[in-house]
Write a protein of this length. Structure first.
Length: 142
């Protein structure tokens, strides 16, 4: 099961990175014009923050407290760095540590959160008339 979990992390994290990479930095401040929304960059900060926060919860065996290492939702470079680092840290932890039921529960929360944001990010791409990367076209048939 651990192998499948790591494979899913790698797949979803790569998709997130692919989309974040092709969107130009000025677009990180774009919102959806027809519904209440935060910015594209703020969506990415939520993804980074959830990865980091859930991993911290696992390591401390404590309560979930949201925090994010990046605060500037318009800085593509910093967000891309944080996406890369947080993905590596989650995958490395999953590979190197035992996965009891409590840890597995939190790791699955990371996957659920990532997938939920993918649904939101699809709306941003359609709503702003952007293009999807090829990886999204083949994974989600968008």
């Amino acid at each position: 099961m651990k192998h499948v979990l790591i494979k899913r992390f790698d797949s979803l994290f790569s998709l997130t990175t692919d989309l974040a990479h092709i969107i130009e930095e000025p677009e990180y401040q774009s919102k959806l014009s027809t519904v209440r929304s935060n910015s594209f960059g703020e969506q990415l900060l939520c993804i980074v923050g959830a990865r980091e926060s859930y991993l911290q919860q696992i390591k401390s065996a404590g309560e979930f407290t949201f925090s994010c290492s990046v605060s500037d939702s318009s800085n593509k470079f910093k967000i891309m760095q944080a996406l890369h680092m947080s993905a590596q840290q989650v995958i490395q932890y999953a590979k190197e540590n035992p996965t009891d039921e409590q840890v597995a529960e939190i790791l699955f929360k990371i996957l659920e959160h990532e997938a939920q944001h993918h649904g939101q990010l699809i709306r941003y791409v359609y709503g702003n008339d952007w293009q999807f990367p090829e990886s999204w076209k083949s994974h989600y048939t968008v």
